[in-house]
Design a protein around this ligand. Sequence first.
Ligand SMILES: Nc1ncnc2c1ncn2[C@@H]1O[C@H](COP(=O)(O)OP(=O)(O)O)[C@@H](O)[C@H]1O
Ligand SMILES: O=c1ccn([C@@H]2O[C@H](COP(=O)(O)O)[C@@H](O)[C@H]2O)c(=O)[nH]1
Length: 262
Amino acid sequence: MEQLNKTQSQRLPFLIGVAGGTASGKSSVCTKIMEQLGQAEMDHTQRQVVAISQDSFYRELTPTEKAKAQRGMFNFDHPDAFNEDLMYETLQCILKGNKVEIPSYNYCTNSLDFENMLVIYPADVVLFEGILVFYFPKIRDLFHMKLFVDTDSDTRLARRVPRDINERGRDLDAVLTQYMTFVKPAFEEFCSPTKKFADVIIPRGADNTVAIDLIVQHIRDFLNNRSLYGSTGNMSLFMNLDLSSGSSGAMAGDSACMRILC
Ligand SMILES: Nc1ncnc2c1ncn2[C@@H]1O[C@H](COP(=O)(O)OP(=O)(O)O)[C@@H](O)[C@H]1O
Ligand SMILES: O=c1ccn([C@@H]2O[C@H](COP(=O)(O)O)[C@@H](O)[C@H]2O)c(=O)[nH]1
């Protein structure tokens, strides 16, 4: 684990997984949660809530794979593209209250950036977001709370195209080729089926202020009442909210439903 630097601390965090398709709004949801908790402007060494991207755990590519990636011909949406073991070890370190260092990800070069390491200080709440954070069973089992950002695929594609061109150094042809060849099929095969593991499904992502308010309230309750939470981080009472019909039954497959741990 050369990429990890550890410093023991007493703070054992509440770990929240945030999954969803590409450009569904996972990062925006994390940012909103942090803003509402007054964390976004805070010095990162002092934050009670931190967000980490699964993209920091892409495995390094061979020169041949990198050449393919530049043409939109490498599958970054397949589980094999990630370093599962490092992801698991890092989350375990975080859960033990350690400080860790992880590389940032450079989408223009399709590589991890070890020159710009992100230092993750011990925090009370850690958000871990990415397309496949619920795919790997042993990683999925580490989360105390699981959120799935459910934004329709047209909207996601309409957001991904300008983002990849303007922020990730791509051209239109490569973005569309990659989307049709890899991103869309992999979403259907690997990402979408993980929605069933979510405790809370957030339709429309960061625009869904009701869902975000409820999640933020849950985090506040956790921070204020840590001693009431068991070793799993969950309180024993479960409350099901179905925002679509007003009934109390929750269905993880129904994008208008939310199941809140409270
Ligand atoms: N509610 C929204 N309305 C408009 N654009 C949005 C919204 N949410 C996200 N975006 C834009 O869509 C792109 C992807 O959002 P992001 O939060 O980074 O998604 P993800 O982390 O799932 O890839 C970004 O360019 C972001 O600015
Ligand atoms: O070098 C890379 C690495 C990843 N991608 C694409 O990124 C998304 C995941 O990021 P989101 O922020 O969740 O969209 C994934 O769909 C990969 O296809 C890439 O294009 N190049």
